[in-house]
Design a protein around this ligand. Structure first.
Ligand SMILES: Cc1cc2nc3c(=O)[nH]c(=O)nc-3n(C[C@H](O)[C@H](O)[C@H](O)COP(=O)(O)OP(=O)(O)OC[C@H]3O[C@@H](n4cnc5c(N)ncnc54)[C@H](O)[C@@H]3O)c2cc1C
Ligand code: FES
Length: 371
């Protein structure tokens, strides 16, 4: 079947092609329309067992589009503690390859190749925890936050969860009724504060962009817990997250309590700049992956991952924009320049970890060990 989605035979499960380590073939159980431009894709659990994931992690969906294999990351919106079937929610991006391909073509019974869930936008749940989890979401950024909210409410009976959720208008609110139900079922522990760009006349909530003033007012209105018992998670468009980060910084919230997941980066633009800078020239690199050593020359204007894939080396990757860490490796010799390092923590950077999908060799002796 076209598009890299191959139909599972009704009677012969063994006919689904087997996949390599870290990859799974999953059958689409159901496609649910969430809003006019967002669908949730529920997957059957595979015959081999239950898919393991942590709230806040993402799947990488793989599909063949226009003759080319494409991969994109999609956060799981379900909770591993609550939901029987894992699901992702995909919002259409104007002109976007994968989001429109999935929205136009995917249906129940199709089989997709995915990479096993990974990601660091996670927290450890403990029934003894007594904390306030404050979530800031914008548009499709609700997906990992939904998973974290459901998981926290089910696993931590003494914790509270608040969600500040910015959207264009009421029709674009993903999970509107699921959130209302979650609020009803946990009325003393879960609160949703909507911020709408364009609100109907009867709207009593916040209108316009999420501002520092709205964030300050909202945080003051929420039940107060000791500041070190409050943790913040944000996921949404870059400008929204910049405002949230600035607000939390102005309120002297320690960075260790603030967690961020980005769906987009400007690594592409930075790559173009790097291509014309004097420091980036064609250099040979050594990549050690899966016990094998590969040597190849990376030209200005391409990244270490891109050139590796071009050389037919089966390197791991997902977002290709320095956000998801699927391609992470350790630079054990030489220096690289990264166009984007948001996916890596300070500790990882200090230990020499790099993201080959956004890296260019800066010295002649670059050796990167992956996996
Ligand atoms: C860790 C992670 C988790 C993610 N989780 C989700 C999720 O749960 N749900 C979801 O819908 N998306 C999610 N994304 C974004 C997703 O991976 C794709 O980037 C997105 O669906 C666009 O892919 P596309 O192929 O349709 O667009 P592309 O063909 O890749 O891009 C087309 C154009 O749109 C721009 N663009 C790409 N993504 C966005 C965006 N999100 N908003 C606005 N413009 C964009 C690109 O810069 C490009 O100019 C996640 C990304 C990451 C890194
Ligand atoms: S592939 Fe996502 S960070 Fe490199």
């Amino acid at each position: 079947m076209a598009f890299g989605l191959f139909k599972k035979k009704q009677t012969e499960k063994s006919e689904i092609p087997s996949v390599k380590a870290g990859h799974l073939n999953v059958t689409v159980k159901e496609v649910v329309n969430e809003t006019a431009d967002a669908i949730s894709i529920y997957f059957e659990q595979p015959d081999s067992g239950t898919i393991q994931y942590k709230a806040g992690q993402f799947f990488t969906l793989i599909a063949n589009i226009n003759g080319k294999q494409e991969r994109r990351a999609y956060s799981l919106c379900t909770s591993p503690f609550v939901d029987q079937y894992p699901a992702v929610t995909v919002k259409r991006v104007e002109g976007g390859l994968m989001s429109n391909h999935l929205g136009d073509n995917l249906k129940a019974g199709d089989v997709m190749e995915v990479l096993e869930p990974i990601g660091n936008f996670v927290t450890t749940f403990d029934s003894n925890n007594e904390r306030h989890i404050v979530l800031f979401g914008g548009g499709s950024g609700i997906t990992p936050l939904m998973s974290i909210a459901k998981s926290a409410l089910s696993q931590e009976p003494k914790s509270m969860v608040s969600l500040i959720y910015a959207n264009r208008d009421t029709d674009s609110i993903i999970f509107k009724s699921a959130l209302e139900k979650l609020e009803l079922d946990n009325s003393d522990r879960f609160k949703v504060i909507h911020v709408l760009g364009e609100a109907p006349s009867e709207w009593k909530g916040f209108t316009g962009f999420l501002t520092q003033e709205i964030i300050k007012q909202t945080l003051e209105s929420l039940p107060q817990m000791a500041s070190d018992q409050t943790e913040f998670f944000m996921c949404g468009p870059g400008p929204m997250m910049d405002i949230v980060e600035a607000s939390l910084s102005n309120l002297n919230i320690p960075k260790a309590q603030v967690h961020k997941e980005s769906f987009t980066s400007d690594a592409g633009k930075k790559k173009e700049k790097a291509a014309v800078s004097n420091e980036i020239i064609a250099r040979e690199v050594t990549v050690i992956y899966d016990g094998e050593e590969f040597k190849y020359t990376v030209e200005p204007g391409e990244t270490i991952l891109e050139k590796g894939l071009e050389e037919d080396i089966d390197l791991p990757f997902s977002c290709q924009s320095g956000l998801c860490t699927a391609c992470r490796g350790k630079c054990v010799s030489g220096k690289v320049k990264m166009d984007e390092d948001e996916g890596l923590s300070e500790a990882e950077l200090n230990e020499g970890y790099v993201l080959p999908c956004v890296s260019h060799p800066l010295t002649e002796d670059v050796v990167i060990e992956i996996g």
